[in-house]
Design a protein around this ligand. Sequence first.
Ligand SMILES: [Zn+2]
Length: 470
Amino acid sequence: MKNKNENKINGTKLTFYGGAQEVTGSNYLLETKSNGQKTKILIDCGLVQGTKISEDKNDDPFLYDPSSVSGLFITHAHLDHIGKVPKLVKDGFRGKIFSTPPTRDFAKLMLVDSLGIMEKEARRDKKKRTIYSESDVERAMSQWEVLDYHQELSLPAAGGGFKINFREAGHIMGSAMVEIENKGKKILFTGDLGNPPNPLLRDMEKVTDIDFLVIESTYGDREHEKLSGAKLKLERTIENTVRKDGVLMIPAFSLERTQKLLFQIDDLVEHGRIPRVPIFLDSPLAIKATKIYKKYQRYYNENAKDIIRSGDELFQFPGLKMTIATEESKAINNVPPPKIIIAGSGMSNGGRIIHHELRYLPDRKNTLLLIGYQAAGSLGRMLQERMKSVRILGETVSVRARVENIRGYSAHPDMNQLFDFVHNTADTVKKVFVVQGEPKSSLFFTQRLRDYLGVNAMVPKIGDSFELNV
Ligand SMILES: [Zn+2]
C-alpha cells in the first residue's frame, strides 16, 4: 500500500483521500483495530469536479484497496460526495453503504443523471469510457441501506469497533453529519453544513462534545447576505423583468436551490406580491428531485409543515409548469413574454438553460439571475463577470440582457456560522481538520480558529494520515 503508516494503528487512524485543500472529491478513511480485528470505513466518495462534471483524475485507482473496506457512510447526495461510489463498487468494494432515506433516493437520481452527462463529455473529448457504467450504479444501490438520524449502528456488527450516528446537517434534504465513536473518542465529519435559517429544512444540530472535527470550509472567508434580503431581491428582479415585458432566466442547481426558489416564488405568488406570469421549471432532474422533496415531508421544518397543514401544496402554484419532455421545453419559446424560466445546469455548463441563454441573452429586456456559486471557467462565471460576448453551442452571443446575482440562497454556512459551529464544541475538541474549501478559504478559517478559539486547527493535504489518540 502507498501509505507508510499502514500497519501502525493503536486507536483510530484518519486518512484524507479527497476534499483536502479542494472543495470537491470528499473521501475520508477511518481505521481501527480491536480484538485483533481491523475495521476500515469510509466517509463519502465524491467526484473531483471542475468545469467538467468529472475531472480526468477521477479515473485513477483508489489509493486504498476498496475490497478491504467494510462500510461507506454518505453525508449527502451532491456529486462531490457520492459521484465515485459506483467506481468504488466497480473496483471491489462489497461492504454496505449507509445514508438517510432521502439521500439514497437522490443519490440514485444523481448518479444516473451524471452518467448521462459523463457519456456526452466522453464522446466530446473522444475518450473511450466513463468512470462507471449503469450496472455499477445498480450494484451500488443493491449494497445501499438507509439509516435515519440518531439510529446508532455498530461496525463490525458484533461491536467493539465503530459506533456511528447520523446527525442533521441542514444543508440539503437528508444531509447528515457522521458522528463516530471509537475507543472513547468522538469524531465528527460535518459533510456540508447548512445556512440557517433554511425556509424548508431544520437547522443543523448543535454539537458540544466532539474530540476530533473534520469540518467543511466552502465559505470560510466570506459572509453571506441574509435569506430575507434574497427574497426581496428576487421579488424586485421578477417585477422589473415583467415591467419590461422580458424573460427572466434562472440557472438553478437541481437539489435544494431549485426547491428553495420555488418555495419563495410560491409564497410571492400566493400573497399577490408578484404579477402572475408563466413560470417554467425546465429541468427533468430538478422536477424529479422536487418529487423526492414532496415524498419526505417529515424532514421539513415546522414552518414548512405548518404551510402544508394549512392546505397549501409546496412547489405548486398558479402559473407554474414543469416541462419534462424535450418538445415541452422547446415549446417554451412560443410562449410570449413576460415569463420566468428556471433550468439547469446551475453554472450553465450544459443542460437546457444554455438553449434559453442562446436565445434570450442578446435582448436587453431580459434578465439572467444567478443564485449560486459559479466556478472559474464556467459560462456562468463569464456571465457573472459581465462579459459582453460569450460562445454558446458554437455560436457567438452578444450579452445585452441584465445579469443579476443573489447570494442569500447559499446552502453552506458563511465564515461566522462556521466559526460558531466550532465554538460550540471548543471545550472538548482536540483537533480540527479544515477541509472542503479552496486553500485560501480553508487557511483563513483555520487561522481564525487558532487566533480566537485557541484550538488546534489545521488544513490537511491529500494522503495525510493522523492517529486520533490524544
Ligand atoms: Zn453539498
